[in-house]
Ligand binder design. Structure first.
Ligand code: ATP
Length: 268
């Protein structure tokens, strides 16, 4: 990977609210890819899913700010919440690219569950030519993808893939190699058949065993990276449900976020 310019990673999501699953995953990506700037981008209204309770965008923004304040190089952007209506990643990515230098690299981070829906995104193909995605394993998410075996993906019997069979894949049992293979299949099916797994990875996950980070390359589109982050089975949905039931969310979110939710009585 070209190391000369600045590396910026965008992490988009609803962040309703931000939790330790988001933050730890972002930290591991930042270390593995030597990211200089990590920008969290809360969406205005999620284009793909509408949760039962969506906290005010100003509150979601504030909670993110409190959660990332202590990390150098991490910030929160209000670019999407300032837009009216649904926010589209392609517009956000173009906005950041315009401000970047030639040597700089832009990444977009997301979990495997969100990535599985990428073909429903606006200008999906264009997006893959603009930005390198970093896809993180996410525990507990069950993907329902139609896998088709293909010779260059290597043996996929451990995925239980049968030609054209609908499968549920538990990300809990994922490993670097498996996840990378699954991601490559998804890219071939949903984006372009020209994606190939690269044998040797050119990024190292700091302190993590080799094979946890891998790349999938295409001759004209940006590479897509896969990373097996520490599995933390936390979701915003679960946190909202716990709040409704009056359960403690301590140690699932940062303390300032916990106090903010409690003081402002959000999600009740
Ligand atoms: P909800 O439960 O409301 O759907 P969420 O917990 O999935 O929310 P989002 O704000 O939708 O959170 O997630 C933003 C991004 O972070 C997505 O790409 C998602 O896959 C990823 N993500 C969320 N939680 C985790 C986690 N525990 N580990 C790894 N990635 C995660």
């Amino acid at each position: 990977m070209n190391n000369s310019g600045k590396k910026t990673a965008l992490f988009g999501g609803t962040f309703n609210p931000v939790h330790l699953g988001h933050l730890r995953a972002a930290m591991e990506v930042a270390q593995a890819f030597e990211i200089d700037e990590m920008v969290f981008i809360p969406s205005n209204t999620p284009p793909h899913k509408m949760p039962e309770v969506l906290a005010d965008s100003a509150d979601r923004f504030k909670m993110l700010q409190m959660a990332v304040a202590s990390v150098d190089g991490w910030s929160v952007s209000d670019v999407e919440i300032k837009r009216h209506g649904p926010s589209y990643t392609v517009d956000t990515v173009k906005g950041f690219l315009e401000k970047m230098g030639k040597e700089d690299t832009l990444f977009f981070i997301m979990g495997m569950d969100a990535f599985a829906e990428i073909d429903t995104w606006k200008s999906c193909e264009e997006l893959f030519g603009l930005v390198s995605f970093i896809v993180m394993a996410r525990p507990g998410s069950r993907l329902n993808v139609k896998l088709e075996t293909s010779p260059d993906m290597g043996p996929s019997t451990d995925l239980g893939a049968t030609h054209g069979t609908k499968l549920n894949i538990s990300m809990n049992r994922d490993t670097g190699a498996k996840g990378r293979r699954e991601l490559a299949q998804m890219l071939k099916q949903k984006v372009d058949s020209g994606y190939k797994i690269k044998d040797k990875t050119d990024v190292q996950a700091g302190g993590r065993p080799a094979g946890k980070v891998g790349s999938i390359v295409h001759e004209s589109l940006k590479p897509v990276y896969y990373i097996d982050v520490t599995p933390l089975d936390v979701s915003s949905t679960r946190i909202r449900k716990m709040i409704v039931k009056g359960e403690s969310i301590k140690y699932l979110v940062v303390e300032a976020v916990e106090s903010y939710i409690s003081t402002k009585n959000i999600y009740r």
